[in-house]
Write a protein that binds this ligand. Sequence first.
Ligand SMILES: Cc1cc2nc3c(=O)[nH]c(=O)nc-3n(C[C@H](O)[C@H](O)[C@H](O)COP(=O)(O)OP(=O)(O)OC[C@H]3O[C@@H](n4cnc5c(N)ncnc54)[C@H](O)[C@@H]3O)c2cc1C
Length: 593
Amino acid sequence: MPEISVPVLIVGAGPSGLTSALALARYGIDVLLVEKHAGTAHTPRAHIVNQRTVEIMRHLGIEDRLLAAATPQDMMRNSLWVTSLAGQEVARLESWGAGPDRATEYRAASPSPMVNCPQTVFEPMLLDAVTEAGCDVRFEHVFESFSEDELGVVSTVRDRRTGETLTVRSQYLIGADGARSQILGQAGLTVTGPSGLADAYNVWFRADLSRYLAHRPGILTWNVAPGPQSNGRLGTLICHQPFTEFVMVLFNEPGADGPASAGEDELVHRVHEFIGDDTVEVEILGRAAWSVNAQVADAYSAGRVFCMGDAVHRHPPTNGLGLNMSVADAYNLAWKLALVLNGQAPPTLLDSYSTERQPVGAVGVRRAITSRHELADVRAALGLTPGQSRQDGQEALDLLYAAGPEGEQRRAAVRRAIDRTNHQLNAHGTELGYLYEHGAVASDTATDAGAPDRDDDDRELYYRPTTRPGARLPHARLGQGTSEISTLDLVDGPRFLLITGIGGEQWLAAAKAAAEATGVEIDTHVIGTPGGTADLYGEWAARREVAEDGCVLVRPDRHIAWRAHRFGPTAADDLTDALRQVIGGPTAQGVNS
Ligand SMILES: Cc1cc2nc3c(=O)[nH]c(=O)nc-3n(C[C@H](O)[C@H](O)[C@H](O)COP(=O)(O)OP(=O)(O)OC[C@H]3O[C@@H](n4cnc5c(N)ncnc54)[C@H](O)[C@@H]3O)c2cc1C
């Protein structure tokens, strides 16, 4: 039986497996990526790519390709509720940070915009980068099983074309094998939460709908046609390419004959119902059934096995978190594996993958389910109820335009319901603001730093930059010569970064001492010195939350590892201790785990 030896075996060439492969390749780690299908996703799935994911692609060197392939943020602006595309528009909400009230916050928060990029485009783009980076990618190779001992993992993989079985010896195994993950169960990991909450069906089609959408470009349109159909039967329209390629998501009534059994004519008829115009030429490109789950794994890793993406969190597409959380899982683990495989950190660092990412997954699943209910509330606020006659439904909609108290109340109720969907459609805090409370972070010594936490903020809606350990490094625009870069661009490869300011230059010697003591590489940057890196608009000063001579220690994934409010006589020891706490090595206080 042929045998391959590789540091990391990755199973699954979806967003999480491909991102893992690319990040590890960028960090100089060899991987083998196996995928049971002959290529990447051939049916459309996720499409909302949030700022964090675009940033991750920027760090991995392919942001330009993604932006070139994707629909830009300004074309994502309108979410619509219509009786049909040709019919009555009942409500509109500016979305995905593209409306004037949110655009400034989104722009201030990141060097990267949010975009819309279907998985069928996103995955091949990642795959190209992965193969260019020299990764060994094998399609039509099915992972079958693994066993583990203290030296590593031995997996069997079957080549579907030849039937030959390979033995793969690796030090670590990544289960990026999707919602039906075999690896999760084989590793003894379990998911909690209900499955099969609803059956859904994607109809992928081509049609020129410019006439109905070009004046109100956006990604999502919900059908609220009056009539006896249950919530959402006429579907949700997702724009994949403006304005020619779409997916219509249909939700089945439980027990009813679903669209799975529908012929092509029936599907075209359903699309025409949504458009409200049966003269539009519609070409069906594909179809796929899926179901709504609300599940998260209690732990993401066991021993040398790390599961990620849909293997560990499964939820509806509301908030567009599926692909984004999967990419972030991969990015969280990759630098840790690189440090451990390079002998710079003990394997205990890897425990932080689960303690950091599992709570993010649990919150994401909860948010996606709540958003689903909030969408249903819009129909209720409109006065649309399942089973009601078309006439009753139309009267309910007409009330929206009636003078007098009843009309006023209806309008106010609908606006309140629409506003609540901001928690799905402009949830900047959910997208960028998650913070790792427990994991590879050192306790905060800068307790007197920065503004106090504000209780009046909605942390799902609004992102608040912070240098609290565990948070993502705040973006600030910096100048280097004639170039403008982001604080996020100061991080290089699997190295830590220490940022200080004028008066904090002695941190550079402290960083050198800490690097020598721990074996962990630390780059350093002093912001504000003449001819060096300039805080162009004072954004770093406003966001750093430490004094100018303090420091912020940043991990390779651009999350804060530690910060110190000021430089002091114990700076080198404090930094060394903090770094050891982060990577899981012994500190002056004892051994961390
Ligand atoms: C029909 C559908 C529609 C969706 N719509 C949305 C949406 O609108 N918005 C959203 O946010 N999310 C959506 N999702 C979810 C989103 O696509 C996922 O969150 C995302 O793909 C997860 O990425 P992943 O890499 O974890 O897993 P996947 O993309 O599922 O990739 C897993 C890969 O592992 C491979 N694999 C599995 N087992 C083996 C094995 N034994 N050996 C080798 N390879 C194996 C699979 O073939 C697959 O390619 C949808 C999913 C589906 C299925």
